[in-house]
Design a protein around this ligand. Structure first.
Ligand SMILES: C[S@@+](CC[C@H](N)C(=O)[O-])C[C@H]1O[C@@H](n2cnc3c(N)ncnc32)[C@H](O)[C@@H]1O
Length: 446
């Protein structure tokens, strides 16, 4: 689920939402391509957007995900009050463009509502049921086989469909319904209009097929989202100045249809952290990415409160009691360029952090400022790098020479040394207990 900036030409304090149309599209395109790569084969992507870019985004998503994988354009009624001062036609909705990665994606049915259940107001020895019409709107000419007399079992009267309709079932099916007690003739059993008993326990599925029209009663509205953020973060300006959060009720509906407990939900435009908050309360795993400061000022405190069991948003609806946890990471500089090569501008500290993480699988605690990055499981990790990629001059500091080895902080155990080149042969490296790894070839993305 992503909720990127809509490009609505209004200046938001947290991000630039006023980009050139083409620039907006060219920012979205590579991100969508990447998101497609990250999506599981049985996964789906939901993108919220308004009328400014929705139709261009649809075309772009067709290209990235394939038209065959377009699932739906959900129309969400984001407002319940019309802006009466609007000069033309007041917008009341946003879109959710839904694509699947492949045809392996399966949507869930949505839980039956109490209102639907209330239709089951009759009961007999077999269970609760509702009545459904025993006729259909075809004519005798169209379906002569569905035009026949049924017998009222208690009066013996022959009953025919009205002139403009026929029965909804063939005679054989009708006789089976009679034998199995599926026909309702009114409370006293003397009615003249048969209806079909639809037993609740015989429903093929206990849910309801999701639809493309989501009214605010079903999927909440933007007023609610502002209150939700205010409730979690306190009525500080912090909560108030983030003006475009989504309501938890909307994300609940998305995750209900698209995911199951313990599935992984990614939101790469986290904003105030609604997707993570809802995913957490619904026992889904989640990853959120946010480039603005509100990763720290909004997402982190919000998710802490969720873990502590805050009772706003959808908490009561899903009986959220708190629990679980999360990690908060600050992304480092980009190490690789778009071709997968080490970026020519990469600095020592960024490369050091990357190498340390790849080798040890734990983040480097402090910003590296020495060739000895640290010692992990009795192996010392060194990085020889002066900040100039490809600089192989022996005196550059990037090359493992006797002088460089003498200058490095000592470690008696195993040493892994990254550098542009090594002047030592294999026997010498073995004798010194050194594994030499060459930049850039031995620096991997993961
Ligand atoms: C419309 S808001 C999302 C609101 C969110 N759904 C919520 O409920 O709070 C879009 C967010 O995307 C962030 N953003 C924009 N470009 C980004 C990028 N390239 N990477 C990560 N976040 C980005 C913005 O800082 C902004 O917080």
């Amino acid at each position: 689920m992503i909720d990127p900036p809509y490009n609505t030409r209004s200046a938001f304090s947290h991000y630039d939402d006023n980009l050139e149309h083409s620039l907006w599209l060219s920012l979205m395109y590579p991100r969508l391509e990447l998101l497609r790569e990250l999506l599981t084969e049985d996964g789906s992507i939901w993108v919220s957007i308004d009328d400014n870019e929705a139709h261009y985004l649809k075309v772009m998503m067709d290209e990235v995900f394939g038209r065959v994988n377009f699932v739906a354009n959900v129309v969400w009624q984001k407002k319940y009050a019309v802006a009466n001062d609007h000069k033309t036609i007041a917008p009341m909705h946003d879109h959710l463009l839904v694509y699947r990665k492949t045809d392996r994606w399966q949507r869930n049915l949505i839980p039956r509502t109490e209102e639907k259940d209330r239709q089951y107001k009759f009961e007999d020895e077999k269970g609760v049921f509702r009545n459904s019409d025993y006729t259909c709107s075809k004519s005798f000419e169209e379906r002569p086989n569905l035009y026949y007399a049924v017998i009222q079992p208690n009066t013996g009267e022959e009953i025919w469909p009205s002139k403009t309709r026929v029965w909804a079932y063939s005679k054989e099916e009708h006789l089976r319904h009679v034998a199995e007690g599926f026909i309702y003739w009114g409370k006293d059993g003397l009615g003249r209009t048969p209806s079909f008993k639809r037993y609740k326990h015989l429903l093929r599925n206990q849910g309801v097929v999701p639809q493309t029209l989501w009214l605010h009663e079903y999927a909440s509205h933007t007023d609610a989202s502002r209150k939700e953020v205010r409730t979690v973060l306190g009525s500080s300006s912090l909560a108030d100045d983030f003006i475009t959060p989504k309501p938890e009720g909307l994300i609940l509906r998305v995750l209900e249809i698209a995911t199951n407990p313990s599935d992984l939900v990614l939101d790469s435009f986290a904003g105030s952290g609604t997707t993570g908050a809802v995913a957490h309360k619904m026992n889904r795993r989640w990853i959120m990415i946010e480039m603005g400061d509100h990763a720290q000022t909004h997402c982190q405190p919000r998710l802490k409160k969720v873990v502590e069991g805050e009772q706003g948003g959808i908490s009561k609806a899903v009986n959220w009691q708190g629990g679980g946890g999360f990690h908060y990471f600050r992304l480092g500089e980009t190490i690789f360029d778009e071709y997968g090569s080490i970026h020519h501008n990469v600095k020592f500290a960024a490369l050091a952090a990357h190498i340390w993480f790849c080798e040890t699988r734990v983040p480097l605690a402090n910003r590296a400022d020495s060739p000895l990055l640290g010692i992990h499981n009795d192996t010392a990790y060194y990085l020889l790098y002066n900040g100039i990629l490809g600089d192989r001059r022996p005196q550059s500091g990037n090359v493992l020479t006797q002088a460089v080895l003498d200058s490095l902080p000592k470690h008696s155990g195993r040493k892994i040394i990254y550098g542009e080149a090594s002047r030592f042969g294999k026997p010498r490296l073995e004798a010194e207990n050194i594994v030499f790894k060459q930049i850039p070839y031995d620096v991997r993305a993961v």
